[in-house]
Design a protein around this ligand. Sequence first.
Ligand code: FES
Length: 574
Amino acid sequence: MSPKDSKSLRSYRWYGPDDLRSFGHRSRAASMGCTQADYAGKPVIAILNTWSDINPCHSHLRERANDVKRGVWQAGGFPVEMPAFTLGETFQKPTTMMYRNLLAMEAEEMLRSYPADGCVLLGGCDKTTPALLMGAISMNLPAIYVPAGPMLRGNWHGEILGSGSDVSKYWAERRAGNIDLRDWMQIEDGIARSAGTCMTMGTASTMTSVAEVLGFSLPGASSIPAVDSNHAKMANRSGRRIVEMVCEDLKPRDILTDASFDNAIAAVLALGGSTNAVIHMLALAGRAGIKLELDRFDQFSKKTPLLANVRPSGKYLMEDFYYAGGLPAMLKALAPGLDLTCRTITGKTLGENISDAEIYNTDVIRALDKPVLESGGLAILRGNLAPNGAVIKASAIEPRLLKHTGRAIVFDSYDEMNARIDDPALDVDANSVLVLRNAGPKGAPGMPEWGNLPIPQKLLKDGIRDMVRISDARMSGTSYGACVLHVAPESFVGGPLALLKEGDIIELDVPARQLNMRVNEDELARRRAAWRPKEGIYPRGYGKLFMQHIKQADEGCDFDFLEGTAPIPEPEIH
Ligand code: FES
């Protein structure tokens, strides 16, 4: 960057002028051991790092931040690492979804309030990816996403274990009495063997893949296992590239278009990705000023094959997916269904990025004519139980349940469900439909991953492993089963789920995209008139803000005041 150009850098306002304020900035930079040779005239690259001692998925991100820094120095930039709120899926309660928008706000405001010319975002555990991207899209500075990468395959007695999916599977076997405590403890020790995110096609790998397809990461970045040396090299290259991007002034909203979102939807479906991607992508589009409707997912689902043979919709794990060629290879197979002209952070098009990709294992990444599933991986359901929509992952359920009629068993809360689910007196059979309400964005609150309701113990002992379950909650991307999720509007705000009574007949028809309760309109009107809203549980603080501004699942659960692209003034430097 020439001296003339360097004056156009955003950071010049902090470091450059001969005035009192800039004296303060430079003298305090000097107090940290920096000389003008470090930063004068150079792009300042903010590295937003969600590393924390309490987030196992990000435990390697301190080292990766150093890899990024090395790249920034190599390319003539000035790296500045800044810690950001970590959203650790396993430890954070009530749910990381409660805090996605808080990290998005933090990311945007950190970039705005400090002298950043561009940024590298380090995240990966489920909500960190959409949160960091939402903030970066709103701030609209050059940005690269460095995904944490999946952990290594799990292992138990030589059997491959997958995050989440095998936890649910073996927990059901333990409750059925088929494995004992010793087995269970061995599984606990073998299922998470390294740093990195869940290594099934859960929400983490789905969303880092979305980031890559939208054009925010270097080609192939999302598939590299966290502890592979290629992961460190990818971080280093990202550091080099972001400096170039600042010079090119290539910003998030320059690459995000209707077509790039369509590409990401197609990729999620071909990956057998998490249902959570629906909510996050609606929110990302809202930040970019792009109108994305829930039904767009259904339109693509009808024509997009499942190509990644990865759990929970397939057989393998992310490590296998990487060795088979990773996301670029799958995108190449999917290319006829993609818009290859979309721009990306490489400065090239998506088509150029994947032109050299190859599939090395055709069982892990299938060709278009040999898919795992022809189409229909996700379905958007509507009907008198979900007028604004609901989501089901049709690729991960027993086919006999795609069309199902059954009697509702209704739980008003998660605690009530836990108290009753294994009660021998519960009047439940394999045809029953389990319903959980007050588990949505406002109801839980925070829309936790409670949607994969447990199968009652007495049915497990009869060999039942799947049944229809309905809620306004979300479900972990690593889970499977006939779970209707994200019912909108949610029961807490008076959505039809609130009107359901135990014993009502529910009809699920996935091929027809219908979800209905067989209750006539007059009776529903009586129930609606009798319904009374509940009080929120937060008298003050972030929870109160959340309750006042969170939107429904079909709108992406962003805060209403964060959507859109209305310009916000740069901070005054006094
Ligand atoms: Fe972090 Fe699954 S717990 S990705």
